[in-house]
Design a protein around this ligand. Structure first.
Ligand code: 6CS
Ligand code: FE
Length: 311
């Protein structure tokens, strides 16, 4: 199942050492590098760390309707029966909802926000489309964590994403603080591809979205990368935004606080990096996990043109 000449071999029988990536981190070339909202300081920080944090990117009030819509969705019987909704096997609470931008016009518009889309196009150096969208929800006292992983490792192995040319925009729908299981990242880890041991089970996604078992780097390599880069957990109010490169290692803890932690993720992929055959899985995953049909380039949509340049 593992392909020959795969530039990013993973799900292997034997361990293989991590190696430096060959793909650029910022894909816009030459003078195009500066065509977009990000200045050189931000671009080089993104290259160095593999993520950018924007505290209070949107007003808190702007996020509330999205959180309310999520609570409505949680009650939607039909949606709940579909495999777009992932529930925690222990508590039965909502863990993830996939395909948000196709379920709701409001979320769809948000993916096309000019400021976000402008940055994403600048980083990926092309037109972009949504590869996957989801909300990861951690209810108070319950919401469980996510083990360390690179999203790209999964998207390459299980979805056939050819290169490292995607970026996740994570918008905080609730405050993220040190108690409610904020996302943790290893700065600089995106420079290395860490091949993982363990064959992909058939229909792996049915389990992996509840608790990931394959595609998790071994502890020695995690320790080495964390020793070098440290671990960061950006925290801030609802409306804050995290942009992170598809190969940046990340994880999160259980929510031990009474407060919910809901984060929205839009994964943007370059139109020049569309999915092929999975590199290390028997079959393709469903459309809501890795888009193959709905890959038209996104066009900007401004919800608040009258507020332009005022946040
Ligand atoms: O399998 C996936 O595509 C998803 N799973 C995890 C744990 N992170 C990224 C991605 O959304
Ligand atoms: Fe992830």
């Amino acid at each position: 199942m593992v392909q020959k000449n795969d530039p990013f071999p993973s799900r292997l029988k034997q361990p293989k050492d991590p190696f430096l990536r060959s793909d650029p981190v910022v894909h816009s070339r030459n003078q195009h590098r500066w065509e977009g909202p990000l200045d050189e300081v931000s671009l080089s920080r993104y290259e160095r760390d593999g993520f950018l944090w924007f505290e209070g990117f949107f007003n808190q009030e702007r996020m509330q309707p999205f959180f309310d819509e999520l609570l409505e969705m949680a009650k939607d019987e039909k949606l709940n029966k579909s495999d777009k909704v992932i529930r925690d096997p222990h508590s039965g609470e909502l863990r993830s909802v996939f395909g948000m931008h196709e379920l709701s016009e409001n979320f769809s518009r948000l993916t096309r926000d000019p400021r976000i889309l402008g940055m994403v196009r600048q980083l990926l150096g092309s037109e972009v489309y949504i590869h996957q969208s989801r909300i990861n929800d951690k209810f108070g006292f319950e919401g469980r964590g996510f083990d360390w992983h690179s999203d790209f490792e999964t998207w390459h192995a299980e979805d056939g994403m050819p290169r490292m040319r995607a970026v996740s925009a994570s918008l905080m729908l609730t405050d993220n603080n040190e108690f409610n299981g904020p996302l943790m990242l290893i700065p600089g880890s995106h420079h290395y591809f860490v091949p993982c041991v363990g064959e992909t089970p058939d229909l792996n996604w049915r389990d992996s979205l509840k608790a990931q078992r394959v595609g998790v780097p071994d502890r020695d390599n995690l320790a080495r990368l964390a020793e070098r880069g440290g671990i960061k957990a950006p925290k801030g109010p609802a409306g804050s935004l995290l942009l992170f490169e598809c190969n940046t290692l990340h994880a999160s803890n259980k929510n031990m606080s009474p407060w919910p932690r809901s984060n929205l993720f839009f994964v943007y992929n370059s139109v020049e990096n569309k999915l092929g055959e999975p590199y290390a899985a028997k079959r393709e995953r469903p459309e809501h996990l890795g888009a193959r049909k709905n890959c038209a380039p996104l066009t900007m949509h401004d919800d608040f043109p009258e507020l332009a340049h005022q946040g």
